[in-house]
Write a protein that binds this ligand. Structure first.
Ligand SMILES: [Fe+2]
Ligand SMILES: [Fe+2]
Length: 188
């Protein structure tokens, strides 16, 4: 392994607990498989996957501060859902502390929790990999793992549907970005 890559992974490992790094490594594994399947740049996808949860250990106040001081636009609804704020905050950290300036990598980190109708293929791969990585074990995950490799469009629809359904069942906010992403693929 190249020294630079080793240093990059070590820096990420130092910023998260063992459980989070295990999940991150799972996302990297699934993202690489999807990138190979879709003929997308593996290096780009791997970097985005390693960085996608980089802000997860931050407090709500720290995440809000990072976002407010950045140029990323985060709507009021997102600001009211602490569990999703680590995504835009992660894009800020990737840019500031890891020197990432690739728009597709930054956008993949930024939108990995809720999705977004304008996501590029790299971002869609991170969104899907985060959902299906090998350590996830919720009821529909096995079915979605199969679908996403058979039919990527259907896989993304299934992921969005599952997210919306979970929010309905737990009486939580459904962010329109997830619904619009689902609509984009339904109309595809
Ligand atoms: Fe995340
Ligand atoms: Fe994640």
């Amino acid at each position: 392994m190249l020294e630079r890559k080793k240093g990059f992974i070590k820096k990420i490992k130092n910023k998260m607990d063992a459980e989070r790094f295990k999940h991150t490594a799972g996302v990297v594994e699934s993202a690489i498989k999807l990138a190979e399947d879709k003929a997308v740049c593996v290096n780009k996808v791997e970097k985005a996957a390693f960085l996608h949860d980089i802000a997860k250990n931050k407090t709500l106040e720290e995440m809000q501060k990072l976002i407010i001081e950045s140029e990323w636009k985060v709507d009021k609804l997102e600001m009211s859902i602490p569990a999703v704020l680590h995504a835009p905050a992660g894009a800020v950290i990737a840019e500031k502390e890891f020197g990432v300036n690739d728009k597709e990598i930054l956008s993949a980190i930024r939108y990995h929790t809720l999705g977004h109708p304008d996501m590029c293929l790299t971002a869609l791969i991170i969104f899907a990999a985060d959902f299906i990585e090998p350590h996830r074990n919720f009821p529909c995950v096995e079915k979605i793992r199969e679908i996403i490799f058979e039919d990527f469009t259907r896989g993304i629809i299934e992921i969005c549907s599952s997210m919306v359904q979970h929010q309905l069942e737990t009486a939580k906010i459904i962010h329109p970005n997830t619904v619009m992403l689902r609509n984009r693929f339904l109309l595809y």
